[in-house]
Ligand binder design. Structure first.
Ligand code: ZN
Length: 86
């Protein structure tokens, strides 16, 4: 079963539509039962959309933004350690 950390690790591929079908199923199953990750993915989608609408010269530091969000999510997931990634 996919854990929060695993989901965060897959999140950028998820948004890029680059997951395998197995990963997509695991992600969906996890999102169905994890409010925190649903919120996280929704935030990612929103920021991605906002950033895409900006002209290039005004683009904020997307990498830094995503890293900050992922770090925040991972702090919240610290009690959820295990075998999320093999
Ligand atoms: Zn989760």
């Amino acid at each position: 079963m996919l854990k929060c950390k695993g989901l965060v690790a897959l999140s950028s591929d998820l948004l890029d539509g680059e997951l395998t079908w197995k990963q997509r199923i695991a992600v969906r199953a996890h999102l169905a039962m994890c409010v925190r990750c649903r919120r996280f993915i929704r935030q990612l989608r929103i920021s991605q959309r906002v950033i895409r609408q900006l002209p290039d010269q005004q683009a904020p530091d997307l990498e830094a933004l995503l890293k900050a969000m992922q770090a925040q999510q991972q702090r919240g997931a610290e009690t959820d350690q295990g075998n999320a990634q093999k």
